[in-house]
Design a protein around this ligand. Sequence first.
Ligand code: ADP
Ligand code: MG
Length: 624
Amino acid sequence: MTDIIQLLPDNIANQIAAGEVIQRPASAVKELMENAVDAGADDIRLIVNDAGKALIQVIDNGRGMSETDARMAFERHATSKIRSIEDLFRIKTMGFRGEALASIAAVAQVELKSKRTDDETGVFIEIENSQVIKQEPIAVPTGTSIAMKNLFFNVPARRNFLKSNAAELRHIVDEFIRVAMSFPEIFFSFTSNGQQVFHLEKGTMKQRIVQILGNSYTAKLVPVQEQTDYMNIYGFVGKPDTAKKTRGDQYFFVNNRFIKSAYLNHAVMNAFNEMIAKDSFPMYCLFIDLDPSQIDINVHPTKQEIKFEDEKIVYAFVQSAIKHALAQFSITPTLDFELDASIQSLDAVSKPFTDDKRSSAAATSLYNTFTKKNQSHFIESKSDLKHWKDFYEPGEKLAVEGSPLTGEAFTAGQNIHPHNPFGSAGGQPVTTDQLLQLHNSFIAVQTKQGYYLVHQQNAHERILYERFALAVDGKPMATQRSLFPSTIELAAADAVLLKELLQDMHHLGYLLEPFGNNTFVIQGTPADLTLGNPQGAVSEKTAIEKMLEQYKHFSNDLKFSKREKLLRSLALQQSIKAGTSLSLKEMQVLIEELFNCQVPNSTANGKPTYLEFKKEELDKMFGR
Ligand code: ADP
Ligand code: MG
C-alpha cells in the first residue's frame, strides 16, 4: 500500500483560504480600500464594472510599495503591520491579517501598479492563480493601484453563487460608505460602469455625513461628544424628527472600523426612548475609540462584530452620551441628565481602568442595572427572530397550543378545506347583524353552525396579497397622479434597492421616477386605496419607507423572487392593523373579500386568517 496524504498545492490552499476573506465583490472592495487608508492616502478612488464581477480597482496616492514589497504583498501571511503576537492586540490599522492580497490573487486576475515618492520608476505586476506572470518597471504617479478582474474566474462554483448585479452593487455601496464615512479627511470617489456614484470632497465629519446620507440632514444633526480615560465617543445623531421608517442610516465605528452591534444599537434606541415613534429608526453615526486591548476584533471572520472586554460599561457610556447630547440641544427634558451624571461619576468611566476599579464598578448598582435589565433585549430580539421565522413557514402548528380550548371545538383556518362559507362565489352573503368586532382586532362572524373568528390584519394581508399579485401579473392598478409631486430622498443603499423595484411598483400603482442623488419623485400613488388603509393618514413617503424596511426584512437568503418579496412587503405593510376599529360595512366587505380569495385560510407568510368554532363542539365542551 502506498501512502496517500499529500500537501495541497499553494494555489489551492490559497483558494480555500480566500473563501473566508473574499466572499463577494464587496469583501474585496473593503480590503482594498482599507489597505489604501492604511497606506496613508488622502485620495482614494474605487472603480467597479459589472458590480465588481468584471473589475474592481482601487487607486490611491498613499506611500506605495517597493519592488520587493509589491511581490511579497501577495504571499499568504505577508504583512507590514504585525511583527509579533502582541501586535495583534495593539493594532490600530484597518486590515491586519496579511491575507487579503493573497486571497485576492488566488481568485482573480490582478494587476498592481505602485510607486513610492522617492523611487524613480514604479513597478507593474500581473498575477493569475497566485502566480506572478509578468513584472516590469512602469512610469506611474506615487501611490498604488490594484485592479482585480473577473473575480472567481477560476472558482466557478463561487462565481455562480453571486447574486444579481443590483444586489452585489448594493453590498459594494455599503462597504464603500462604511470606509468613506470614517475618514472625512480623505477624498473618495466611486465609479460604477463609468458612472460616478459618489464624489466625496474632503471636509468635516458633518459634511461627510450629509454628502453620504443626503441634504435632508443639514441642520438636523446633533453632535455627540464625551471623553473619558477609558473611552471616547464622538459623532452625530439625527434629531428625532429625522427618524425614518427604514433602518438604513445607522453606523457604529469602533476605532474607526465599522461594526455591527445589536447591543449598542439598543443603547442608542434606549436613549431616544420616548422621543421617536416605536417603529422608526433614528439616524446615528457614532465613533467609539478605546484601547485596542479592550476589544477582541477577531471574533468574526469578516471583522464586523467585536467583543468588548466590558460591554456593560460601553453600553452605559453610549446611552448616557446620547442622552446628554440630546439634552444639551434641548431635545429631551433635562430630567434624563440624572443618569448621565451618575455614569459620569462612575469610577470606571471617569478614571483609568484597572482591575480593582473594574470590580468596584461591578459592585455599583448602576452597573448591575445594566447587567440585568439591558440583557432583556437579547430575549426580545430572539423572540423577534422566532416571529420572523414563523413568517416564512406555513404554520402547521397554530396558536391553538397551550390554549385552554383544546380538542375539536374549533378547527384552525389553516387546516380546513376552503369551502367558502361567505361571499359571492357560492357562499352565503354576510349580513352586518352576523358581525361583531372584538378588541378592535378580531371579527366574530356568527353562522348557523357556530362562528368564525377572523384576524382582521391577517385577513386583510391575504386580500391585499392576492390583489397585488394580480396587479403585477398584468392587471396593473390605476395610478392617481399627484398634482404636487413630492420627492423622497433615500440612503444610497436604499436607493439602489428601490431602483430594482420601480417597474413592479409601477404595476402596483406607484409611479416613482429617479431624480439623481438618491432622490425619487413620487409622481403618483395607487388610485384605489383600499378599505381601512392607513395610507390616508401617513404620507406616501412614509408608506414607501415602510415598504423598504419590510422588504429588507425578507433577507437576501430567502428563495423568494424580488417580486414575491415586494408583494409580501406591501401586503403586510398596508394591511389594516390590529387595534383599528372597523365599521360594520367595512367588516362585511373584509369578510366577503377574504372568502373570495384563492387561499382564504392563511396569509402568504403562512399565518392563519381565521379559526372556526363549531356550535356542536362548543355544546359538547359544556357537557351538553
Ligand atoms: P494586511 O493589510 O493585513 O497587512 P494585505 O494582504 O491586505 O495584508 O496587504 C499586505 C501588505 O501589502 C500590507 O501590509 C502593506 O504593506 C502592503 N499593501 C497593501 N496594499 C497597499 C497599498 N494600497 N499601498 C501600500 N501598501 C500596500
Ligand atoms: Mg489589508
